[in-house]
Design a protein around this ligand. Sequence first.
Ligand code: ADP
Ligand code: ZN
Length: 518
Amino acid sequence: MTAHPLHILKTVYGYDAFRGRQAEIVDHVMAGNNAFVLMPTGGGKSLCYQIPAMARPGMGLIVSPLIALMADQVTALRQAGVRAAALNSDLQGDERHSLWRDISSGALDLLYVAPETLLRPDILDLLHRTPLSLIAIDEAHCLSQWGHDFRPSYRQLDALVTEFPDTPRMALTATADAPTRAEILSHLRIAESDAFIAGFDRPNIRYAIAEKDNPRAQLKRFLGAHEGESGIVYCLSKRKTEETAAWLCDQGYVALPYHAGMDKAERQTNQTRFQREEAIIMVATIAFGMGIDKPDVRFVAHLDLPGSIEAYYQETGRAGRDGLPSDTLMLYGYEDIALRSRFIETSDAPEPRKRIERQKLDALLGLTETAGCRRQALLSYFGDHSEPCGNCDTCAEPPDMFDGTIAALKALSCIYKTGERFGQAYIVDVLLGGADERIAQFGHDRISTYGIGKEHDSRTWRAILRQLIALRLVNVDLDGHGGLSISEAGRQFLREKPVLMLRVPAKPQATRGKSGRK
Ligand code: ADP
Ligand code: ZN
C-alpha cells in the first residue's frame, strides 16, 4: 500500500487530523530521516510509525518487547484492513511457511517482531530479501542500562544500524530521562536533531511546591479548597500513611490508607472504595498507582519529596484525567533531601548508577527551588517546551529574589570553619551566634563566622542552605547525620565569588493566603 499519510489517517484510523507533533514526525520520516519520539503514554506514538510504514514503499518492521502487545496491535490493524503480521519464534509448519512467503514477496505493510527473533541470522537473511520502509523500535528505553526495563536483547539492536544502513530508524518511548535518552540516541545512531519530544504538558493540572513548614496545616489549607472532592495524598512511609489517614478522619474527611504492608484484601477494598466513592481521600505510598483509573481525581498532594521528577510527573498526572482543573501540592524539607541522599549513597548500586541517581535528585531539587514557572521547568526536564503557564504557584506569585552572594559566602565559610561535619541546624546556630552548649564546647564561638549572620532569621538561613544544597554548592553527608560539606563547585564559588541570586523564602503559611485559618 502506498498512499498519502493524511489519507491513511482518515481511511484506516478514522481520524480527521494529526495531533500534537504527529504530522511533523510523519513528514520527517516520510522524507527518509531517522526519528526519536518521546511522548507520554496515550500520546499517540503508534501512528507515528505505522503511517509512514504504510505510506512509504516496502514493509515496515516494528520491534516490540511483548508478544501479547504485538498480537493486540496486529489484530486491530488487520480489522482496519492493514496487512500486518507478527513474527514470533514459535510459529510452525504451514503458518510459518506462508508468513515467510508473504514477507519475501512484499505482501505485508507491517511486520511486528521481538528483538531476539529479529536478530537471528535466518530472519535477518529473510528480511534482506524484501525492501523495508522503516524500522521502528518501540519501548526503546529497554535498551538503556540505566532504565528499569533493561532487556539485553534490545541492546543488540544496534546491529540494525549496520544491517540496514539505508532504512530510516525510529526509536519510540514514553519514559526517558536525559541520560536514557542520550543512550538511545547514541546507541541507535540517531542524531539529536532527529529527536521529537512532545505532549507532556497537562494544562489542567496546577502545580505548587512549598517548603514544609507545618505540613498538616499546609495540607489542611490545601484540602480546604477541595471540599467534597477526591484526591490522593502521597507519603513516603507506611506509618505516615496510616497516621495521616487517621488524622484526616479525625478532621472529618473520609480518608483511607494504602501501602504495601497492608494485606491484599484490605488494599483491594480501599482501592475499590476510592474508585467508586466521591469525596474520598487515599493516603498512600507509591505502592498506590498502577491501575488507578479514576477520571475525577481532583487533587494530588505530596507530603514528602517524591522519588524523582519522573515520579512526580507520574504521580501528579493521576489528577485530572477528565481534563478538568486539578490541583497539586508538593511539600519538601531539608530532611527529605538528606534522606534521599542517604538512600542513594548507601545503596548497593554501582557508582555510575549512583551518579545518575544524584543527577536525578539534583534535577528534582532544581524544580523545587526554581524561581521560574514550574511547568516550564518540569516540561524542560522531558525536553518539551512551554511558555510560562500562569497555572502554577511561581507564575501566580513570582518569588522574590535577593542577591545571596554574601549570604552564600558566609554560609560556606561557616561550614568550612566548623570542619564540614555539622548539620544544618548547627550551622544556622553558629551563624546566628547561638548559645548551644556544643558551640562553646567545640570553640565555635571563637571563630570568625560566629554570629555573622544576624541580618537573616533562622528560617531564611535554612532556606539559603537548602538552595545551596539544591545548587550543589553544598553536599549533605552520607553517614545519615546530615553533615554539610563544601562541594567542588562550592570551593570554586568561594574562590570566584560570582553573583548568586537566591529565593526569598515564602512567608510562613499562617500569615498568608485567603483562607484556611479556623
Ligand atoms: P501511545 O502508543 O503513545 O501510548 P497510542 O498510539 O496507543 O498512544 O494512541 C493513544 C490513543 O490516541 C489511541 O486510542 C489512538 O487511536 C488515539 N489517537 C492517536 N492519534 C490520534 C489522532 N491524531 N486523532 C485522534 N486520536 C488519536
Ligand atoms: Zn507556571
